[in-house]
Each structure stands twice: as structure tokens, then as C-alpha cells.
Ligand binder design. Structure first.
Ligand SMILES: Cc1cc2nc3c(=O)[nH]c(=O)nc-3n(C[C@H](O)[C@H](O)[C@H](O)COP(=O)(O)O)c2cc1C
Length: 202
């Protein structure tokens, strides 16, 4: 598929058919991910490819339980509304044929930097985000659909890390849902115009 067609075609999909994803295709997507640039080429990523239904169900259950606990704890309406909406946006990995837990590890470069903590976490996330973008594009080029979700990590990071065996310095950044779309999205989520997001100087 032409590169720019692939870029236009990629859209987040959150409902999948039962059709499996070929392991060799996952390997091609992972290779595309690992070709991404990373700060000082540390390649601070690790991908845990999960097809095991029971594990996916356990992961969904911990996220759901924490979302529900959060709803019980707050009477703040906007917060409750967000948590309720988050069911749609946090749990789709469990029904995708493949869920890929995306782990990052803080940047280890300039240890003497006064900004070590924030810098090392920021650089890790910037690097791993680039790898995720390449993964998603490769999935599209191979005819699959996907969605990266940070919400499961936001709501249940420690619990999910325990379930998948992620240990420090690795931390969970998010989960990619991957499979064949149940149906293609009708319309694309709108984008700001180039004029709105770009300034030319000179
Ligand atoms: C950093 C990041 C976090 C995201 N987190 C979630 C999420 O938690 N749940 C979800 O369903 N989608 C999530 N998305 C997908 C976005 O909602 C989606 O990319 C955006 O609405 C644009 O739509 P598109 O991907 O179809 O172009 C995330 C995307 C990014 C880049």
C-alpha cells in the first residue's frame, strides 16, 4: 500500500471480528515499530503480545473494577461522566484478537541531568510513541485495524503490570488493540486544517 494512502487510511478501531492475526504479520508490525527513532537510540520499548483469552479477561476485569470503584468514590459529575465514558475507551483490548501491552523504560542517558526524572520519562514516552505510530501504520498497510489506548494504564497501571509480569524499570504506557475491524468506521475523526496547526517562518 502506498505510504500516504496508508497514513490516510489508519483510523482507530475499537470493535473487531474474531478473525485471527497471523503471527508473521505481528512480527512485521513489530519490526516496523523497532525501526522508529529513539532518544540516543536507546530503543526503550518492549511489546508483550497477548492472545490468551483468560489473561485478556483478567486484565479487563481489573480495569473495570477500578473504573467502577472510581465512580463509587466520587460525586463530581464531570469526573463520573469521564469514568463512565472510559468503559468504551479502556476495555476494547479484551475483545480484540490480539492485545499488545506497550512497555517503556526511562531514558538512561545523561544521568547527571538536573532534570533526570522528568527528562528520562519524557524521552522514553516520546521514543515509544514513535514506535507505536509505526506499528499502527504497519498494521493498516497489512489490512488490519488497531487502536492505541493509554487509559488502561492510567486507571490500572500497577495491577496490569502485575498481571503481565512487567517489572521496574519497565512501565506500562498503554495497550494496542489489534485485529480485523468488525466494520470499517463510516467517517474519519476530523482534523484541524494545516493553516490552523502550522506556522511558516521565512
Ligand atoms: C497518546 C494516545 C492515547 C490514546 N488513548 C486512547 C484511549 O485510552 N482509548 C481509546 O479508545 N483511544 C485512545 N487513543 C486513540 C485516540 O482517541 C484517536 O487516535 C483520536 O481520537 C484520533 O482518531 P483516529 O486515530 O481514528 O485518527 C489514544 C491515542 C493516543 C495518541
Amino acid at each position: 500500500m502506498d505510504f500516504f494512502v496508508t497514513i490516510r487510511k489508519r483510523q482507530s478501531v475499537r470493535r473487531f471480528s474474531d478473525m485471527p492475526v497471523a503471527r508473521e504479520d505481528v512480527l512485521i508490525m513489530l519490526e516496523a515499530a523497532t525501526m522508529a527513532p529513539s532518544a540516543t537510540n536507546e530503543q526503550p520499548w518492549h511489546f508483550i503480545v497477548i492472545q490468551d483469552r483468560e489473561l485478556k479477561a483478567s486484565m479487563r476485569d481489573v480495569v473495570k473494577t477500578l473504573l467502577e470503584a472510581g465512580m463509587q468514590e466520587t460525586t463530581d459529575q464531570p469526573r463520573r461522566k469521564r469514568l463512565e465514558g472510559m468503559r468504551t475507551y479502556s476495555l476494547h483490548f479484551a475483545d480484540a484478537p490480539v492485545a499488545i501491552a506497550v512497555l517503556a523504560r526511562p531514558w538512561q542517558g545523561r544521568r547527571s541531568s538536573p532534570y533526570f526524572d522528568a527528562t528520562s520519562y519524557n524521552l522514553a514516552q516520546q521514543s515509544v510513541a514513535m514506535a507505536v505510530a509505526q506499528f499502527l501504520l504497519a498494521a493498516t498497510a497489512l489490512g488490519y485495524s488497531s487502536c492505541f489506548a493509554s487509559a488502561p494504564a492510567e486507571f490500572a497501571r500497577q495491577e496490569l503490570e502485575a498481571l503481565i509480569g512487567a517489572k521496574p524499570p519497565w512501565f506500562l504506557m498503554g495497550i494496542i488493540s489489534l485485529g480485523k475491524a468488525e466494520k470499517q468506521p463510516q467517517r474519519r475523526v476530523p482534523r484541524k486544517s494545516i493553516e490552523e496547526v502550522c506556522t511558516f517562518i521565512g
